[in-house]
Design a protein around this ligand. Structure first.
Ligand SMILES: O=C(O)CCC(=O)C(=O)O
Length: 271
């Protein structure tokens, strides 16, 4: 969707644009903000990523899809990547404040010569046992660093497929079975033809696949995963500092109480 000059300059979507973005995200399963990032920024970032990605494969590009992470140093920690204001605005409007992510983020890379991927979901339904789709619990933000075209393998998506529920948990638990191929065959798909520097927010349950890159350029796309807050403890629960006793707890206790033991910003009490 189109983002106005004013929205880009103020780094904030207007209420009507945000409303349309959320409608796309919830109905189609993704929203694309075209040209959200400055052309010169994208150009420089692409060069830095190409260099970092090539280092990860020792200068020998595999003819495959890859998911390497760049080192978490400048320029890869640029706020326009790790906290893109309009992406975060959409993510928070959809999943609530207090969403969280992790570093390093990834970079979906269709190396020249890469083949077609399996159709898959990146996340399951949070409650696969209920016969209806709930709002998203995980969203991915993608930033293509090159123009995405049919020739260089722009991603194929099945709009609306995040809403498909399947009451057989054995089938839905494996995204790489024929289940996804069969479901996708019932729906029309789209290709994400879009300019470099667009910002995509996608429900991770949407069926999708990487497509063949028939060019000699590296088709790179930044990928950051955001989680809904309820995967963590509510921030207003007072927690004991367990650092002195942590090592003496069982593995199961450490797993059960893993968020109690990190007195980071997430544990700061709300004033
Ligand atoms: O690189 C692509 O086009 C698709 C990436 C992908 O399959 C994924 O994000 O899970």
């Amino acid at each position: 969707m189109y983002v106005s000059r004013t929205e880009i300059d103020t780094a904030r979507l207007s209420p009507p644009t945000l409303c349309l973005a959320l409608q796309d995200l919830h109905e189609r399963g993704y929203v694309i903000l075209e040209n959200a990032l400055p052309v010169s920024w994208v150009h420089d970032m692409r060069l830095a990523f190409d260099e970092a990605l090539l280092k990860l494969v020792d200068g020998k590009p595999p003819q495959a899809h890859g998911g390497g992470s760049p080192p978490m140093i400048p320029p890869f920690l640029d706020p326009l990547i790790i906290e893109h204001p309009m992406a975060v605005q959409i993510v928070e409007a959809s999943m609530g404040e207090g969403v969280f992510s992790y570093l390093p983020y990834g970079c979906n890379t269709a190396w020249p010569g890469s083949p077609v991927q399996w159709i898959h979901r990146d996340s399951k339904h949070l409650f696969p046992e209920v016969p209806y789709a709930l709002p998203p619990a995980t969203l991915v933000v993608n930033i293509p660093l090159v123009d995405f075209t049919l020739e260089n393998g722009c991603t194929e998506l099945w709009p609306g497929s995040h809403l498909i529920v399947d009451t057989d948990p054995d089938i839905i638990s494996d995204p790489y079975t024929r289940w996804s191929e069969e479901k996708a065959s019932l729906l029309p798909s789209v290709r994400t033809v879009m300019p470099a520097g667009s910002v995509v927010v996608r429900d991770m349950r949407v069926l999708h696949r990487g497509m063949p890159n028939r060019t000699n350029i590296i088709r790179s796309m930044i990928a950051l995963v955001y989680f809904r807050r309820f995967h963590r403890l509510p921030s207003d629960i007072p927690c004991a500092d367990l650092s002195g006793v942590w090592d003496g707890l069982s593995e199961r206790a450490r797993m059960l109480y893993r968020y109690s033991n990190c007195p980071g910003p997430d544990r700061v009490k709300k004033s």
